[in-house]
Write a protein that binds this ligand. Structure first.
Ligand SMILES: Nc1ncnc2c1ncn2[C@@H]1O[C@H](COP(=O)(O)OP(=O)(O)OP(=O)(O)O)[C@@H](O)[C@H]1O
Ligand SMILES: [Mg+2]
Length: 243
């Protein structure tokens, strides 16, 4: 496919959304055609599924959770990701299929075989070109999530799982990364936001340059910053806000 698909993974509070925003701004400032999206909630139907999935007051059965994430992903792949990649864009997604392997697989306990089958069904085999795994201790990431939600009513349903759950998810992510070292880069996020951003740039810029996707040193024109002009695809909804 013509574009490049980069996913941002890691446990809650590990810094995915912060770093995605910074990278998107940087790539756009370099003239890159960047689409920012996320899971769940990268389409308009996905936003409705996201609201149900993350509602802290909702009792979502684990099997329902697995299937609704898959439904969200199927819509996202067909309506947003493939068309954008076919149009040559650099797509940055805040979570994708590895999150299901880590959360519904290791976190909830569904077998790796079942999760893989469902992921394959939803994605039709669309695999990221590069996956950044943001890694931080469960203690530190929970502290960051708590600080972020200070003053708000509640965290989301998955945030509120216990430390054992988040530890299983973190370990599962690290073992996915060890199994596919070509696709994954692990980024430790215990430093400052800026330090982490520099690390991310050191990985992504050469990666995109090697694929001929950036980096024009020319100032971006107004038109080249418009990421919403890919023909025949659903406009991603509400994607520039932190999840
Ligand atoms: N390097 C950092 N140092 C200190 N605080 C950070 C750092 N990176 C992010 N934060 C803060 O930690 C909180 C969590 O970061 P962020 O929202 O980017 O994580 P996330 O991985 O997207 O979490 P979630 O999975 O819950 O969406 C935010 O309040 C953010 O401002
Ligand atoms: Mg986030």
């Amino acid at each position: 496919m013509a574009g490049t698909f980069i996913t941002f993974e890691g446990i809650d509070g590990s810094g995915k959304s912060t770093q995605l925003r910074l990278l998107a701004n940087f790539l756009r400032s370099e003239g890159g055609e960047v689409l920012v999206t996320r899971e769940p909630g990268g389409t308009s139907v996905g936003l409705r599924l996201r609201a149900a999935l993350l509602d802290a007051l909702e009792q979502v059965d684990p099997l329902t959770e697995l299937l609704v994430f898959a439904a969200d992903r199927a819509q996202h792949v067909r309506r947003v990701l493939r068309p954008a990649l076919e149009a040559g864009q650099t797509v940055l997604s805040d979570r994708y299929a590895d999150a299901t392997k880590a959360y519904q697989g290791a976190g909830r306990g569904f077998s790796a075989e079942l999760v893989s089958e469902i992921v394959q069904l939803a994605t039709e085999g669309l695999t990221p070109d590069l996956t950044l795994l943001f890694d931080l201790s469960v203690t530190e990431s929970s502290a960051r999530t708590r600080r972020r939600s200070e003053g708000k009513q509640t965290g989301d349903r998955l945030d509120s799982e216990d430390a054992g759950f988040h530890t299983r998810v973190r370990e599962a992510y690290l073992s996915l990364a060890a199994r596919e070292p070509e696709r994954f880069r692990v980024v430790t996020t215990n430093g400052s936001v800026d330090e982490t951003h520099e690390r991310v740039k050191k990985i992504v810029v050469p990666f995109l340059e090697a694929r001929g996707q950036i980096v024009s040193r020319e100032p971006a024109t107004a038109g080249s910053r418009d990421t919403h002009r890919v023909p025949q695809r659903e406009s991603p909804a509400g994607l520039e806000e932190p999840p």
